[in-house]
Design a protein around this ligand. Structure first.
Ligand code: 26W
Length: 818
């Protein structure tokens, strides 16, 4: 597409917008006001494409995917939209000419942080790829008024601060009251014999709210396509007025007003750990019901046979969080559309598909029957019937195997098991990396695999190169384009062409220089935000991700403590300076995770201030790790820490973002690391630790005893002792006792060192030694880094989405002409 961009007109529009929005002359506007004015002007560009996309969809009537997710971790939109509209440089120049810096303006946008971590960010990458590939899609989610909390570090502790992202208004969203729907909770179900002879189910005595969608544009790259993210807000049915209700209605009105107020107030900040909170179940039903109602309305506008819904609609459930979609779709088809059970079941099971993102047992959603049936009485009846039929099916397939029925039942032990419901009703069940899918098939979901082998498939995750290279690392993006052309932006397999340059001295030198520039940029950020001076020539060793015991930030920091001891004991030994960078939010109630943050900060305090080690090690904890600063962090990393206990990390996606930016991985054979190594070659990564198989065997046999390691390895013993002798906690020597106990004390958890930190410690330390030696050979390192970038092609979310389309969704591609 030849892009004509009228700079003069655009500048004029920015000035007009400032006037319109703020009744100010442009000269009086501050950065925030200019941001709003620019965003509005960009939205104007987007709108034409958005309309054109809608028109094309109306005309072509393509099959569309509805990606249902409780989380969409979008990150900032302005820069991304400018890039995808192919007018980033032009707008940047406009701002420059008007006396503003584009980075400062982008920095005015809050990160819409409507997600926790991997699962939410994956949903955002998928939306970007769907638009760029020209596939019709809606994201369906919740418009939380408060997204992921902001993290402040005070005295080394994490403090959670509310994230009021809507404070200044969000310029890219559009409220769509015309698509509002009612969602009902509570009450009871009455049956009535209808004139047609059928039983009718009548829901009475409920409380309800109005779900109002806000649409956000998802701009494709250079193709005029704009898909829609619909996120739902809750409003009370009528604005509550004290004087206008009699006694009977008064309570209900107050209740409904409160329900609407609380429902979408805040994102639950837990990742991989479920607390059976009633409000969360309400949130799930709320957005699922509203989305399904909008989907059916949209379908019925042009189709009169609801039994063929699956020809035009497919619903992907992002983990079990939206699994109520199965039962709610059944309810709508049975009670509102008048289908028979078998007809409704056929439609539902041809429409819904399920992605599993974790095998962590504490993350599996189970709802107490009491809560579920009280909150959703009609939906619960339907789940009971699904379960009854499902158990019959199991007994038919595996006669006499009551163990199977007990293990697989949807309603068992007083709970509704959402994963079981999703698998029973879904036409596809996928894991998110090869290893993960194998573990699902042979271990955690084995019974289900035995019953429905045809449903199971793998879709290895991916990331969008447009945000995580084109936007986040402009220097490297331009360098790549100079060498292989710009096709990589929409076809990441093109990166393979860089292999030609892996041995080229000039290319190696240029690559290392770009990395250095990005490290300088991050060093300045760290200086500004942490007040810590780091040496951009040191190795930037980075672990950024949610804080969780299975991700083993503890292994990383224990190793830093070990290195520090080594340097103190053998100051003469060669040591290449290292900067260990951490970034992570801990769930507010997750004690050991929060204590690990405190440990990292205390270790930083001691080591960073010890002049005697001559700056050989620096430790930095970056406050408030989020999508926007992540882009800079990946760009500046030399080493990527992917050190989860093998079998626990379903895929990981940060690992891919580092690879894309030419950082080398130190990691276990877990999740997508396995496939990354397959692509880049084992010699271009630093692999260590137990395999998934070994971990699983130890878990089964319960034959792992970390005490043996503690007793036999004096370096490890010294490090662990420093956890409880005040070495890093001054007078409060008990401060880190819980971490110590988690590693050694069998009484504290089901068994000590659940995540095999000590078992993998030596192997990790050796791998780290190899990292250091490799880095000292500069050309060797540059070659490895370039080979990482060259082999990253598979890990584009464009590839992932194409796989979903080919194997699961079967969507029709569309072309949007302006
Ligand atoms: C509150 C309960 C809960 C449970 C699970 C919240 C969030 C989850 C998610 C499934 C956790 C999550 O984000 N999983 C991650 O999904 C990524 C995308 O597939 C994977 O790359 C990560 O390995 C996986 O941990």
């Amino acid at each position: 597409m030849v892009h004509t961009f009228d700079k003069k007109a655009f500048k004029k529009q920015i000035k007009e917008n400032v006037k319109l929005l703020y009744r100010k002359e442009f000269e009086e506007a501050n950065d925030q006001e200019v941001y709003q004015a620019v965003a509005l002007a960009v939205k104007d560009e987007v709108i034409d494409n958005w309309l054109a996309t809608q028109k094309t969809m109306e005309k072509k009537d393509p099959k569309t995917v509805y990606y249902m997710s409780m989380e969409f971790l979008m990150g900032r939109a302005l820069g991304n939209n400018m890039l995808n509209l192919c007018c980033y440089d032009e707008i940047s120049e406009c701002l420059d000419e008007l006396g503003f810096d584009i980075n400062a303006i982008e920095d005015q946008e809050p990160d819409p942080a409507l997600g926790n971590g991997g699962l939410g960010r994956l949903a955002a990458c998928f939306m970007d790829s769907l638009s760029t590939l020209g596939y019709p899609a809606y994201g369906c989610g919740i418009r939380y008024r408060y997204g992921m909390f902001k993290q402040k570090i005070e005295d080394g502790y994490q403090k959670e601060v509310p994230d009021n992202w809507l404070k200044n208004g969000y310029p890219f969203e559009i409220k769509r009251p015309e698509y509002a729907h009612e969602v009902r909770f509570g009450g009871y179900v009455r049956t009535e014999q209808g004139e047609d002879g059928n039983l009718h189910f009548i829901h009475e005595g409920y409380s309800s709210v109005i779900a109002v969608p806000y649409d956000m544009p998802i701009v494709g790259y250079d193709n005029n396509m704009v898909n829609t993210l619909m996120i739902w807000d809750a409003e009370p049915k009528e604005v509550f007025r004290l004087d206008s209700f009699d006694k009977g209605e008064y309570d209900k009105a107050v209740e409904e007003e409160n329900l609407a107020r609380n429902l979408v107030e805040v994102l639950y900040p837990n990742d991989n750990h479920i607390y059976g909170k009633e409000l969360r179940l309400k949130q799930q039903y709320f957005f699922v019901s509203a989305s399904l109602q909008r989907i059916l309305c949209r379908y019925k506008k042009h189709h009169d046979d609801i039994r063929k819904l699956y020809e035009k609609v497919t619903i992907q459930m992002n983990d079990t969080h939206p699994t109520l979609a199965v039962a709610e779709l059944m309810r709508l088809l049975l009670d509102e559309e008048g289908l028979s059970w078998d007809q409704a079941w056929e439609v539902t099971t041809k429409t819904c598909a399920y992605t599993n993102h974790t095998i962590m047992s504490e993350a599996l959603e189970k709802w107490p029957i009491e809560i579920f049936s009280r909150l959703l009485p009609r939906v619960y009846q339907i789940v009971e019937e699904i379960n009854r039929r499902f158990e019959i099916e199991i007994r038919n397939r595996f006669p006499g195997d009551e163990g199977k029925v007990a293990r697989m039942g949807i309603i068992r032990d007083g709970q509704v098991k959402m994963a079981h419901l999703a698998i029973a009703a879904g036409y596809s069940v996928n894991g998110v990396a090869k290893l993960h899918t194998e573990i699902l098939k042979t271990q955690s979901l084995k019974d289900f695999y035995d019953m429905y082998p045809e449903k199971f498939n793998n879709k290895t995750n991916g990331i969008t190169q447009r945000r995580f290279l084109l936007h986040g690392n402009r220097l490297l993006a331009d360098w790549v384009t100079d060498h292989i052309g710009k096709e990589w932006i929409t076809d990441l397999s093109q990166m393979k062409k860089l292999e030609l340059y892996a041995d080229d001295k000039k290319a190696q030198h240029e690559f290392m220089n770009i990395k250095y520039q990005n490290k300088l940029r991050l060093a300045e950020y760290i200086k500004e935000h942490n007040g810590i001076e780091v040496d951009p020539r040191s190795i930037f060793d980075v672990q950024v991700k949610r804080l969780h015991e299975y991700k083993r930030q503890l292994l990383n920091i224990l190793h830093v403590m070990y290195l520090y001891n080594q340097i103190k004991e053998h100051p003469e030994k060669e040591f290449y300076p290292r900067t260990f960078i951490f970034g992570a939010k801990a769930a507010a109630g997750y004690k050991n995770a929060k204590l690990t943050i405190k440990l990292i900060n205390n270790v930083a305090e001691v080591i960073n201030n010890d002049k005697s080690i001559e700056g050989k090690i620096k430790v930095v904890f970056i406050e408030d790790y989020r999508v926007s600063n992540a882009e800079w962090i990946f760009a500046a990393a030399d080493v990527s820490e992917q050190i989860s206990t093998a079998s626990k990390e379903a895929s990981g996606t940060g690992n891919m973002k580092f690879m894309l930016n030419g950082a080398l991985t130190i990691g276990t054979m877990d999740g997508a690391n396995v496939e990354m190594v397959e692509e880049m070659g084992e010699e271009n990564a630093f692999i260590f630790g137990m395999s998934a198989e070994e971990v699983i065997a130890h878990e089964k046999n319960r034959d792992y005893n970390p005490m043996d390691i503690f007793n036999n390895d004096q370096d490890i013993r010294k490090v662990l002792t420093q956890l409880v002798n005040g070495f890093y906690s001054g007078s409060d020597s008990e401060l880190f006792r819980d971490l110590y106990n988690s590693l050694l004390n069998t009484q504290c958890t089901q068994y000590a060192d659940t995540y095999f930190v000590l078992a993998d410690f030596r192997s990790y330390a050796e791998a780290q030694q190899r990292v250091m030696e490799a880095y000292m050979d500069e050309t060797g390192w540059a070659k490895k880094a370039l080979l990482n970038v060259a082999n990253v092609g598979k890990f584009s979310s464009d590839r992932t989405i194409q796989d979903y389309v080919d194997d699961i969704w079967h969507l029709d591609k569309i072309t949007v002409n302006k």
